[in-house]
Structures are given as structure tokens and as C-alpha cells.
Design a protein around this ligand. Structure first.
Ligand code: PLP
Length: 383
């Protein structure tokens, strides 16, 4: 099967990098190789490059350049953000509030912290896939040090009620800080760090067309980060390790492209989502949408009663159509998706779900071919 035969519908797992960004990155790797901590001329040029890249990111994200920490990806950002509230050897004056339907990076961090004695307050999802605001209020009444949630759910596409959560925080527990995992939102929704009212925000380059291996943690000025990685004290001691200015430049280029095309792309993708829904969710197909909450159009999660998502995804893969059973991270685990379980799906139902996620190279023909193949395979294999 050649690359051109493939229909890639797994953009939430990762996006193909923009070819021009990869080419630019390779050129810059060759040209700007000095260590930005070196005091010689080349090192200083590399430092300037890095600083300029952070300024450009800050402009695009509506934050200050000094608020940006470059990481290896979102998992590191989330670990750094949440663990910063609970440094070892101190008495913590509150716990952590997280959604039961979080990405594994947050859930596993919360579990690690819980094993270290941190009290974790969990809030839920409703059956529609939306964050349950009543349980957010209950979690906030425990006065946690931080509350963390995903802006766009990576499995269902549900959009979090950012303003309502901030209002609840202000009313119930004004000292609680907010961390937003905005990984699935960049390039899909307008994103402003300032307007989000978050104190911390996580992003990941490979979800918007940058090369893999770079993510961001944005932390409000004066927020004390406890570094996960100790060493040479780079990035103002918040994240040690030699920085990679060309990768930061490549990230900027991808971010510009993703942010500048977001409005037009979401309209185009909404059209593809309508097309997909009209093909799949017809009387007698047996399929139904998992998420009925306000959602982004690029993630479509589908209930496939009587057929495990994994079986369906594997059968489509053999036909050159790449989709996921739940999220890529969850797919490798034996347990049913905690996100779907948090929505109230039984263990069996949560395993009978596939996720299709669309992106910049997806066209109407891909949708037509994928929907026909999905219906065919589902009819053949479901019992
Ligand atoms: N958060 C969300 C919502 C995600 O979708 C992902 C990736 O699947 C992550 C965090 C982890 O991102 P990374 O692969 O950059 O560590």
C-alpha cells in the first residue's frame, strides 16, 4: 500500500507535519547548531533565535514570552504543571482537582501524586460528554490548589465550558489555580491564554503540524515552577536541558499556519463532519454519535454496538484507512477508555467505539470512501 493510497483519519493522535516546516527545520538545524548557552557569537545568535521564537509564540497565544517554557511535549508539560503544586518535603495546603475523563497524562500524574499523599478530587462528565459543572463546583468546594481539565476532549471532541469553570473558581475557591490542557484546541478554536483565565496551559507541537518532540507549558508570571528535569538551569531553571532553537522556530512556523488557518479550516471541517454524520448516522446503520455536547467538528466518536472498536479499526487499517479505537494512548491499554466510562458507558459499550479525527489533508472523497468502508466492515463483522 503506498502513502497515496492511505486515508489518514487519526489527526487527534498526531498530525502529519507540514512538509515546509520539516524542510525549514532541517535547514535551520544545519545553520543554527550552536548551544544557546555558549557565550561566543554563534551561541549568542542561537539565543536570539530562541528568544525571538518565544516572542512570536507569545504573540500567537496572547501571553508573555517569559511565561513560555519549552518542553518535550504535552505529557512533560502536564507533569511539570501539576507536580509544581506539590513539591516534595513540604506540607500542601490543598489537593488537586481533575476530571475523571482526562487524558492519561493528567490521570496518571494525578495517580502518582495521590500515591505520594496528595488528595485528588475528581469531577465528572455528563452522558453527553460535557464536563459536569455541578461536580466541578463540588470539587472546588474542597479548595484544591489547582484544577485541571482538557479544553477539547481528545476522544469525544467535547469543548469545555471555560468561562463557567473560571466563574465557579472565582466564586467558590478564588485561590485555586487553573491548568488547561489545550492540546486538541490549537488550530481548531480561537485560543488566548489571557482570555482563558488559566494560570497554566499545555500545548503540544505534533498536534498542529510541528515536528514531534516539542511542547509548551505556559505559566503565569510569578508562578513558581518546580522543575521536573534538573541540570544546567536552562529556561530560568524551570526546565534544564540544552534548548533546540531550530525546533522552536519550526514550532512557530507550524503554529502560525495552524492559527492563521483555524477559522477557515474549522468551517471546512464542519462541512466534512456533516457529510460523515449524514453517511453514518442513518436509520438502520446501528451506529450513533458518542458525544452530543458542544464539540469541535474534527473529532467524531462513533458507537459501534456489537463490534469492538479495535476490531473495526484494524479491519479498516487493512483497507488503508487509519482511524482509532478511542485515543492512541488508550488503545494500547487493556482497560476500556476512562473518558467513555466517565460518560456512563458500560465497560462493554466503551470498547465498542471508534474515533475518526479529521485534519488539513482530509477531503470529501476521503470521507465518502472511509464511511462506505466503515459501514461495510461493520455490517460484516458486528453481531
Ligand atoms: N493531552 C491531550 C488532550 C492529548 O490528546 C495528548 C496526546 O495524545 C496529550 C495530552 C499528550 O501529548 P504528548 O504526546 O505531546 O505528550
Amino acid at each position: 500500500m503506498s502513502g497515496t493510497d492511505i486515508i489518514y483519519l487519526d489527526y487527534s493522535a498526531t498530525t502529519p507535519p507540514y512538509p515546509e516546516v520539516v524542510r525549514f527545520y532541517c535547514e535551520r538545524l544545519l545553520a543554527s547548531y550552536a548551544n544557546p548557552a555558549s557565550t561566543h557569537q554563534l551561541g549568542q545568535e542561537a539565543r536570539k533565535t530562541l528568544e525571538q521564537a518565544c516572542s512570536q509564540m507569545a504573540n500567537l497565544l496572547d501571553c508573555q514570552p517569559r511565561e513560555i517554557i519549552l518542553t518535550s511535549g504535552a505529557s512533560e508539560s502536564i507533569n511539570t504543571a501539576l507536580k509544581s503544586f506539590f513539591p516534595a518535603g513540604r506540607v500542601w495546603s490543598g489537593g488537586l482537582a481533575v476530571c475523571a475523563g482526562e487524558h492519561a497524562a493528567t490521570r496518571e500524574t494525578a495517580e502518582t501524586l495521590a500515591r505520594n499523599g496528595v488528595v485528588v478530587h475528581t469531577f465528572g462528565l455528563t452522558a453527553t460528554g460535557a464536563i459536569d459543572l455541578e461536580s466541578v463546583a463540588a470539587a472546588l468546594s474542597e479548595k484544591p490548589l489547582v484544577i485541571s481539565y482538557m479544553l477539547v476532549n481528545n476522544e469525544t471532541g467535547a469543548i469545555a465550558p471555560v468561562a463557567e469553570i473560571a466563574a465557579l473558581r472565582n466564586k467558590i475557591s478564588p485561590r485555586t489555580k487553573i491548568h488547561i490542557d489545550a492540546v486538541q484546541a490549537l488550530g481548531r478554536l480561537p485560543l488566548s491564554f489571557k482570555q482563558s483565565k488559566a494560570d497554566l496551559m499545555t500545548l503540544s507541537g505534533h498536534k498542529f503540524g510541528a515536528p514531534r518532540g516539542i511542547g509548551l507549558l505556559i505559566g503565569r508570571k510569578n508562578f513558581a515552577i518546580t522543575p521536573l528535569i534538573a541540570g544546567g538551569g536552562q529556561q530560568e531553571n524551570r526546565r534544564s536541558g540544552t534548548e533546540n532553537p531550530p525546533l522552536a522556530e519550526a514550532l512557530v512556523l507550524a503554529m502560525e499556519k495552524a492559527v492563521n488557518s483555524a477559522a477557515a479550516e474549522s468551517e471546512r471541517i464542519a462541512g466534512l463532519e456533516r457529510q460523515l454524520n449524514a453517511l453514518l448516522f442513518v436509520p438502520g446503520s446501528g451506529l450513533s454519535p458518542v458525544c452530543t455536547a458542544t464539540k469541535v467538528p474534527h473529532i467524531v466518536s462513533i458507537r459501534t454496538p456489537g463490534l469492538r472498536g479495535e476490531t473495526l479499526a484494524n479491519a479498516l487499517s487493512a483497507e488503508g484507512i487509519m482511524i482509532s479505537a478511542g485515543s492512541a494512548c488508550a488503545a494500547r491499554k487493556a482497560a476500556a477508555s476512562p473518558i467513555l466510562r466517565a460518560m456512563g458507558l458500560t465497560d462493554k459499550a466503551a470498547r465498542e467505539v471508534v474515533r475518526i479525527s479529521l485534519g488539513r489533508n482530509t477531503g470529501a472523497n476521503d470521507i465518502e470512501v472511509a464511511a462506505a468502508a466503515l459501514l461495510k466492515v461493520y455490517n460484516q463483522l458486528s453481531r
